[in-house]
Design a protein around this ligand. Sequence first.
Ligand SMILES: [Zn+2]
Length: 433
Amino acid sequence: MIRRYLRSLLCIALSPAIAQAQAAASPTAPTPPLTAIRAGQLIDVEAGRVLANQVILVSGTKISAVGTDLKIPAGAAVIDMSDMTVLPGLVDCHTHLADLADPEPLNYLKYTAAQLAFMAIPNPRLTLLAGFTTVRDVGVYRAFNDVAMRDAIAQGLIIGPRMYVAGAYITISEGAGAMGGLAPDIQLPLDLRYGESNSPWEVRQRIREIAHHGADHIKVLSTGAVLTHGSLPKSIEFTPEELRAAVEEAANFGLRVAAHAHDPVGIKNAIRAGVASVEHATLIDDEGIALAKQHGTYLDMDIYDEECIQSNPTEPADFLEHDRGLGEAQRQNFRKAVRAGVKMTFGTDAGVCPHGINARQFAFMVKYGMSPMQAIQAATVNAADLIGHSELFGSITAGKSADIIAVHGDPLADIRTLESVSFVMKEGKVYKQ
Ligand SMILES: [Zn+2]
């Protein structure tokens, strides 16, 4: 073990020098594979316009050039999508890929952490093949199963989108992110209650540990939840002091905070504390909308999943009771927020609905007030900005990762074309054609 560690240290120390020497010595140093994509229509999400007859050059994992009159280099593989609309890979800012798509949280107690990890393997594949090349995953019951999944995808062990993960839920005991519904004398293993914290200093301690174990952002539960036993969506869970501690401590590690909140006071507590996004934002009021706009806080509103909650025959009765009236209220508040010009991202809470149907939310975002271009921007440029990696993804621009999808038809005329994506490339590799 120690020898392997030393060897890996040596490799890290020597590898740039070796690579330079090899490149200088060998005239046949490998050049990255070149691909040229012909795009009949290309959606320029940064400018909010459509460009005709574009060529996208992909070199290895990156986009090297985009334009009308680009010369296609000899030897480049050509992908002809002259009759299709090409877009940047989509981004879902609210998924739960490392969990089961089972509405009953207590069913998690039937499986070991390893079983859950293997059972979740299809989720990222379904998500990627639906055109989502990046996700911001916002919590998992078994702490750090999401970190393991992110790393397995990055290493090519399993197929899925680029993942940014939360590690665990920062929640009060018996709160929205806890495994509620157990008898009081049942003690859960640590990874099923990892993020439970009940004071500003406990919040800080948990965040320090979660950051140390590889999370990309922090998920806090500001109010109660719909889909948790014993937690009410209209109750305030964390106090303003605890939320401020979360944002400050996360920032110490360079991490942003996503806050789950349904109740209007819990939403405003989170915005005032400085979170990057409010998840659900179900009952946001006019003051909350004004505050979000003033603070530049993103709202990540999952306005489709009501369809799945209400139609799932196995949805626990108390969850349906929590949910009563919230679905339509959230959709009307979404419309108000769009009209007010609040920054919005695309987030579905995938896992509530089955993985892979994420794009069904687009039609609802358009129905409730967005233009098709705004809905696409929410799932591309805006999402990249919220995650903090606009340099890497979110648009088809030279220098960014070659995350590219295509559909037949025109999504600006019929947004539902995004529900059947025909072509998916992530980091220059084609996963669906
Ligand atoms: Zn969620």
